[in-house]
Ligand binder design. Structure first.
Ligand SMILES: NC(=O)c1ccc[n+]([C@@H]2O[C@H](COP(=O)([O-])OP(=O)(O)OC[C@H]3O[C@@H](n4cnc5c(N)ncnc54)[C@H](OP(=O)(O)O)[C@@H]3O)[C@@H](O)[C@H]2O)c1
Length: 275
């Protein structure tokens, strides 16, 4: 019986696919664009789009276990389709920020999705990770071209998480009992400052990378053409917090029985992206 991985062409879903294959499981991958999807040999690739929930049905045929990433769409309609198709176990990669209220439209959308999952009758496990180490890949073009990162908040500190730790927890929850009804919030093993992350990437690629600190105004200019305005403001607001996201979660150690992967390790795993 295949396990369906949504978000399979993305950062975490890709790592879930690799881990399930390595564990000998049959994997089906959902994507909106099968022709463009670069997935490992042996993966069955099926088209489907969260914004059109019935389009998920072909991918769900004969499937009882799903890794679901919340990206867009009507959470309640998506979960209805999953339940009616016979899904019994679900790992859900999403996001929550208890510090924000339902007045925040993005937060409110995520919470409606969580409620739909929790009341679905499907055995669910939420994964609400900290900031991804992989977000630093946005620096790759500038590092490759000029060995420099221009960004605000060099001292901002964040216990960023390696995508493979999130994937390893998802796979554990998909394959073994005891994780249903649990919410995991994996982070990395220690906070890393922005400017140190840049230095560690330089060490991993074997050539120093300079960090040039931008003012928030300069960052707003730089990001204006890259992200929607509310996302830019959200980044700037987050970066202003003096201590950053320094909380370190026990979840990786509790679920996997080992320390969370470090940023040094992530930079070595992804050095080719920055060369
Ligand atoms: N980045 C962070 O720091 C962070 C922190 C906490 C939580 N999160 C959560 O992590 C999740 C993102 O995970 P990620 O970074 O691994 O994803 P990602 O690399 O951004 O990739 C997005 C994936 O979602 C799929 N997708 C997007 N829209 C879709 C649609 N309408 N229908 C079907 N599939 C769709 C894409 O598939 P195709 O393009 O192939 O269709 C792709 O595989 C989000 O839920 C986010 O809230 C992120």
């Amino acid at each position: 019986m295949p396990i369906l991985v949504t978000g399979a062409t993305g950062t975490v879903g890709g790592a879930v696919v690799r881990r399930l294959l390595a564990a000998g499981h049959e994997v089906r991958a959902l994507t909106r664009a099968p022709a463009a999807a670069r997935l490992p040999a042996g993966v069955e690739v099926v088209a489907g789009d969260f914004t059109d929930p019935p389009s998920l049905l072909p991918a769900l045929r004969g499937v009882e276990r799903v890794h679901l990433v919340s990206m867009e769409g009507d959470g309640s309609a998506i979960v209805d389709v999953l339940r009616e198709a016979g899904v019994r176990r679900l790992t859900h990669l999403g996001h929550d920020d208890p510090g924000r209220t339902d007045d925040d439209p993005l937060e409110s959308w995520h919470r409606a999705f969580h409620r739909a999952i929790e009341s679905s009758g499907i055995g669910w496990t939420h994964l609400f990770p900290g900031e991804f180490m992989a977000n630093t890949r946005e620096w790759a073009p500038s590092i490759r071209a000029r060995r420099v990162v221009r960004a605000p908040f060099g001292d901002w500190n964040s216990a960023m998480v390696h995508e493979d730790d999130i994937a390893a927890i998802a796979v554990r929850a998909l394959l073994t009992d005891g994780h249903e009804g649990r919410t995991y919030r994996p982070t990395g093993p220690a906070p890393v400052r922005r400017r140190d992350a840049v230095r560690l990437i330089g060490e991993a690629v074997g050539s120093p990378v300079r960090f040039v600190e931008l003012s928030p105004g300069q960052a707003r200019e730089l990001w204006r053409d890259v992200y929607p305005p509310q996302v830019v403001e959200w980044f700037l607001e987050m970066g202003r917090s003096p201590e950053g996201n320094t909380w370190v979660s026990p979840d990786v150690e509790e679920v996997l029985g080992r320390r969370a992967l470090t940023f040094e390790r992530w930079a070595h795993d992804h050095a080719a992206d920055f060369r």
